[in-house]
Design a protein around this ligand. Sequence first.
Ligand code: G3H
Ligand code: 13P
Ligand code: NA
Ligand code: ZN
Length: 328
Amino acid sequence: ALITLRQLLDDAAEHGYGVPAFNINDMEQGLAILRAAEACDAPVILQASRGARAYAGDIMLRKMVEALAEMFPGNHIVLHQDHGNNDATCLSAIRHGFTSVMMDGSLKEDMKTPASYDYNVEITGRVTKAAHAVGASVEGELGVLGSLETGEAGEEDGSGAEGKLSHDQLLTDPDQAVDFVMATKCDALAIACGTSHGAYKFSRQPDGDILSMATIAAIHEKLPNTHLVMHGSSSVPQYLQDLINSHGGEMPQTWGVPVEEIVRGIRMGVRKVNIDTDCRMAMTGAFRKVAAEHPKEFDPRKFMVPAMAELEKLCRERFEQFGTAGRS
Ligand code: G3H
Ligand code: 13P
Ligand code: NA
Ligand code: ZN
């Protein structure tokens, strides 16, 4: 059944687990994620970006998630808007059956220009009021995602700040976080701690200089009852880089967020863990393997079935690692 983010994260906090929020764009991703959730008896957050809504269409997305809820009656599902850029995006998502929205006011509507603190408080507070009036949850974001190594947002094609960012912008200020949550009444708070979107997060195995778990600890100390959200949480596992690159891919060597660090974060109040890149890599790795090994193949299902299996395996691992397994 569909539930709200608030309902799910309250349970996660009570029992000390984290919930992966997997991005969804199509039926194959939905089936793979829910098969994993069913196998692990886990609740799950399905999140759709503005790009996903444009790709599949709101009606298709809604009916698809309704179908998944019907096919997997034992699993609680949250349907969440990822990185809403203004009121209209968030409110139209709710009208289309989303039970939760992210109002990302860390950036202006263009999702490229860092916004002022006052703008962020104002728009996030306004969306929260409207969402709560109809029973939906809201995730806000304070701090700008980006690399502490380069000062850049990372992802070139998606959302992400343009230009160089300072350490002050890249690490959420704990005192400001307290003020922000009080002022906006958001249900969950996305923080910046040195992670960024996409595959190219770190140029080496991250340490405390470039992945600031200390920031999460400091925020949790001041806001022990706030559900924290970690964006850019793909681990970019070596086995998936190898799967892609040994079948014709040319991804440069890169490092993501180690699963152990995410697990440490979960012990420090992280409840929602956003993962898109790993899912993309799992499916793409499987596609490439089929294409390389069976060049005569042209039935898309012969590509989709192994891709779904690879994604299901990844999701199962995350449910087990984050303690979500057994909690649906
Ligand atoms: O925020 C980034 C997510 O990975 C969604 O990406 O906007 O390309 O769907 P997208
Ligand atoms: P990744 O690119 O690390 O998977 O992050 C996804 C994300 O934060 C979506 O909001
Ligand atoms: Na989100
Ligand atoms: Zn994100």
